[in-house]
Design a protein around this ligand. Structure first.
Ligand SMILES: [Zn+2]
Length: 248
């Protein structure tokens, strides 16, 4: 079981090892009907609770989940830490470039800068902030900038008009395209090497013309990316590796 992080509450949960103290956080959700349990970035229990659900009911649910918590706390650190992943793979991808990543600490405001010609991105995390929370926030800010830029570049290259580009934290999808021409893309695209990242963006751009996965859609996508079949087959294995990273 994990150590207690600051500002998390603790509750006693019965497990196969006897009662243990579990750090937890409660998030009230409008529009949700069921209590849901997940593991947060600090390896703590995150209890998502319907807006009007009594607290006692939520806590009773949490205390009944000992076996699930035991199982998931065990797997969690290696499964979800973006920090550990970037330590082993210190690279981000943006604007068609491979960028070597250096992560340092600062006592001032956190920031990132990148230089595609030198192939470098530098990030400074606040020294007094939780490492994983700070890393996820900076990588997401970087992704919001470069993924939108790249999407607009590729759209212009193919003479396509696009609406809003939104870079989000989808749980399993790389991207989607709405009928209002808004393109939504997963921030984890900056963890995908340039040709795969471009392939995902081109896939969504092709949906501006073909809102389906018909043979016409695939023919159009192949005209944008001649290696479509190869790239498409590489996306699922990449997703199972990258989608769990940095999840709140
Ligand atoms: Zn699609």
């Amino acid at each position: 079981m994990p150590l207690k992080a600051d500002n998390l509450k603790l509750t006693e949960v019965e497990t196969s090892q006897g009662p243990v103290l579990v750090p937890y956080e409660v998030r009230r959700r409008k529009g949700s009907r069921y209590i849901k349990l997940s593991i947060g970035l600090r390896n703590h229990a995150v209890l998502s609770v319907p807006w009007l659900c009594p607290m006692a009911e939520a806590m009773a649910f949490l205390r009944s989940q000992g076996p699930w918590l035991e199982e998931n706390f065990k797997q969690n650190p290696s499964r979800c830490s973006l920090t550990q992943y970037l330590e082993a793979n210190p690279r981000l991808y943006g604007l068609g470039h491979v960028l070597r990543l250096s992560l340092e600490l600062t006592r001032a405001r956190p920031f990132y800068i990148y230089d595609t010609l030198r192939g470098e991105v530098e990030m400074r995390l606040r020294a007094d902030e939780d490492r994983e929370v700070g890393t996820v926030a900076l990588v997401r800010a970087f992704a919001a900038e470069v993924v939108e830029k790249r999407t607009r570049e590729l759209a212009a290259e193919h003479g396509l008009k696009i609406g809003r580009v939104s870079v989000r934290d989808q749980s399993s999808r790389w991207g989607s395209c709405s009928s209002s021409r808004t393109i939504s893309l997963n921030w984890r695209l900056v963890l995908l090497r340039p040709n795969l990242q471009d392939h995902v963006i081109l896939h969504e751009l092709a949906h501006l013309t073909e809102m389906n996965h018909s043979p016409r859609f695939w023919a159009l996508l192949r005209s944008y990316d001649p290696r479509t079949d190869q790239h498409n087959s590489q996306l699922n294995p990449a997703a199972s590796r990258l989608m769990p990273l940095g999840r709140a």
